[in-house]
Design a protein around this ligand. Structure first.
Ligand code: XCC
Ligand code: SF4
Length: 672
């Protein structure tokens, strides 16, 4: 029984999603949207005040001064719940990083099928950070040493995760003084679980300090390893032309949707889909070929490297199956809804699990293994092609947008100065002069408890008008892509004049797609490089920048938030706080909330806040940016000071036909 009478336009801001929700209703099929409406969240658990860490409980605390059976207070219970979520999020990212490190090791030793080291320059740069010898060595030798070093970071017991040395010097000192330098990635996750077992760490601040160390093991550890190695093996992203939304599915082709996170699988499926033998097999089956499309971060991985279209973000996983046009949805790890299998039973779609870690009852399991990667990928595609004949009626919304993704930190560096003068100087200068007021990283998930994509795109658009440069990853990036914000001519007229001038001069969209969620580490790298370039302070907390995750839902998002805060960023999350307490009813339930806000700000210069209202998120973002500008002695942001120089060119570009506009603004994007 639905709690509220909601219409498709209340569920999602995306017209393609609205069309599929109407279709779902016609068919009488439920989705996460309607299930969220049917299921009200538990208010005690939602406030972080329910403990089920032992068999004496679960203890649900609802009154001031109340404790659990063991005597645990509300603060302790909230801190334990939060650190467990952060540990799970860090574990997910880092286990992905571990698998990447094993893949690199196997590639270096010729034990895989189909993979090569695609970006030798990045391999050499990364190896150089750690003093791994480079000169005169074969890339595979360097890769072997780097893989060994990275694999060792997971099981390391003492010392410091080596990747933390890539943070600004002042930041490293601060971490060390506060005892939060991660020693080994797995060790911090295990210790988080140990500390929260019944009868262990019961000082909320002490627990939260370890939460920081655990999250740092993710951001400056597991996730950064994942990004580094993905770039080395599959290429560091550079701008390509891509498309996003359900309209990328094709009526005359075998549609294979890849969903999840690890690029090892999706990259090989991309390769297999271009194999003449596979294309021929599809033709024999009556299709014109195989059409790949991504969902969630898998989408981001192959979109930002090869321009493979994105069918959508998190809440599009069920909607894509509802088109009736998907022969197979191939999933690996994370953010894959169990509901897919039951939903797929209404259609011909096969849900194919591939990871040895993930099975879903009722799904087809074809285990992926890097030793036979290309063979397995071809088998998966053939299974999809064999299923083409079973397709019934299709309903593909003819809605899609074009975008230019692929803004890795390396590419930003290059685009600002070219190969010989690659530098962040122009970006720093633009921020210092006030052309760019500041930077916002808008990231994170969809959450059916809030209208899909609405918060993301509202906040993004408002900040662009305020001359804030926006960088995005994850499902948030796909939200902006679907709305056409990642292509300049669709958006530059709605962008503040100073930012517009910079976008026109450099030839970039006002919203930069920086990759998947593990690639939030690219944002850390950009911030570090801004600091190292000079003029904007000597640590990340001095840069006029804010991180936002307006529609977050996953535990990984909490890990990301925490490592960003510990790196010095002000982070604003939408929705409700997992440690929100009920301060109007239970007064002593806001200690943890204050601790991760003002408390962390006092130590790390960054803070984590949960803000429901979109305009309030924007207000706080701008207030923070302006405060940081003032602290650096930069000119007060002045909206009318810049932009005239760009108007004449903009009018010229406006007069061009659409096909030429893109080239005039960005040059000709490469398509490989
Ligand atoms: Fe998952 Fe990474 Fe969230 Fe999207 S944004 S719903 S975590 S896929 Ni990371
Ligand atoms: Fe209750 Fe304490 Fe057990 Fe938690 S650990 S369930 S508060 S008795």
């Amino acid at each position: 029984m639905a709690k509220k009478d909601l219409r498709p336009e209340d569920y999602s801001a995306d017209p393609a999603a609205q069309m599929m929700l109407i279709r779902a209703e016609e068919l009488g099929i439920g989705t996460a949207f309607t299930r969220a409406n049917d299921m009200s969240p538990c208010n005690i658990g939602g406030a972080g005040m329910c403990c089920k860490l032992c068999g004496m409980g679960p203890c649900r605390l609802t009154k001031d001064g109340q404790t659990g059976v063991c005597g645990a207070t509300i603060d302790t219970i909230q801190a334990r719940n939060l650190i467990r979520a952060i540990a799970a999020g860090s574990a997910a990212h880092s286990d992905h990083g571990r698998d990447m490190a094993f893949t690199l090791k196997a590639v270096a030793n010729d034990q895989t099928e189909g993979y090569v080291i695609r970006d030798v320059a990045k391999l050499r740069t990364v190896a150089g950070y750690y003093g791994i010898p480079i000169e005169g060595r074969h890339p595979k030798e360097i890769a072997n040493d780097l893989a060994d070093l990275y694999i060792a970071q997971f099981g390391q017991q003492r010392g410091q995760v080596v990747l933390t040395k890539r943070a600004p010097a002042k930041r490293q000192k601060l971490w060390s003084e506060n005892g939060v330098v991660p020693r080994g990635i797995d060790r911090e996750v295990v210790e988080a679980l140990h500390r929260t077992h019944i009868g262990d760490d019961q000082d909320p601040e002490h627990i939260l300090s370890h939460a920081v160390r655990t999250a740092l093991a993710d951001g400056w550890g597991g996730s950064l390893i994942a990004t580094d190695i993905s770039d080395i093996l599959f290429g560091t992203p550079a701008p390509v032309l891509g498309q996003a939304n359900l309209g990328v599915l094709k009526e005359d082709m075998v549609n294979v949707v890849v969903h999840g996170h690890e690029p090892t699988l999706s990259q090989m499926i991309v390769a297999a889909s271009q194999d003449p033998e596979v294309i021929e097999y599809a033709k024999v089956a009556g299709a014109t070929g195989v059409n790949l499309a991504g969902i969630c971060c898998t989408a981001n991985e192959i979109l930002s490297r090869q321009g493979i279209p994105a069918a959508g973000n998190f809440l599009h996983q069920e909607l894509s199956i509802l088109t009736g046009a998907v022969e197979a949805m191939v999933v690996d790890v994370q953010c894959v809804m169990q509901a897919l299998v039951q939903l797929a039973e209404n259609f011909h779609t096969k849900v194919i699990t591939t990871s040895p870690k993930v099975r879903i009852k009722g799904a087809t399991h074809i285990e992926f293994d890097e030793k036979h990667a290309l063979t397995v990928a071809k088998n998966i595609l053939k299974t999809a092609i064999d299923n083409f004949k079973n397709r019934g009626k299709v309903h593909i919304p003819q809605i899609k947008e074009t975008l230019v993704p692929g803004f890795s930190h390396e590419y930003i560096n290059y685009m600002l100065g070219g190969s010989y003068r690659a530098s962040f100087r122009p970006l720093n200068d633009a921020i210092m002069s006030g052309r760019i007021r500041g930077v916002a990283a808008i990231v994170g998930c969809n959450n059916p408890r809030s209208k899909q994509d609405w918060l993301h795109t509202y906040v993004t658009q408002k900040l662009l008008m305020e001359d804030v440069l926006v960088v995005e990853t994850g499902c948030g990036a796909i939200a902006s892509a679907k709305l056409g914000l990642m292509l300049g001519e669709a958006g530059l007229e709605k962008v503040g004049p100073g930012l517009r001038e910079v976008c026109e001069t450099v030839g970039i969209p006002p919203v930069l797609h920086m990759g998947s969620c593990v690639d939030n580490t690219r944002i850390l790298t950009v911030l570090t490089q801004i600091v190292e370039e000079g003029g904007l302070g000597d640590d990340i907390d001095m840069v006029p920048a804010v991180g936002l995750a307006p529609e977050w839902m996953s535990e990984k998002a909490l890990a990301i938030a925490t490592y960003c805060v510990a790196s010095g960023a002000y982070v604003i999350f939408g929705g409700s706080s997992p440690v929100g307490g009920m301060p109007d009813k239970v007064e002593d339930s806001d200690l943890v909330l204050n601790d991760i806000g003002e408390g962390w700000e006092g130590i790390y210069g960054g803070k984590l806040e949960f803000v429901k209202d979109a305009d309030e998120m924007i207000r706080r973002t701008l207030e923070h940016i302006d405060k940081k500008r003032a602290a650096l002695g930069l000119p007060v942001y002045e909206p009318t000071r810049f932009g005239r120089s760009g108007d004449a060119r903009m009018l010229e570009v406006e007069a061009l036909p659409l096909s030429e506009k893109r080239a005039a603004l960005y040059g000709t994007p490469s398509l490989n």
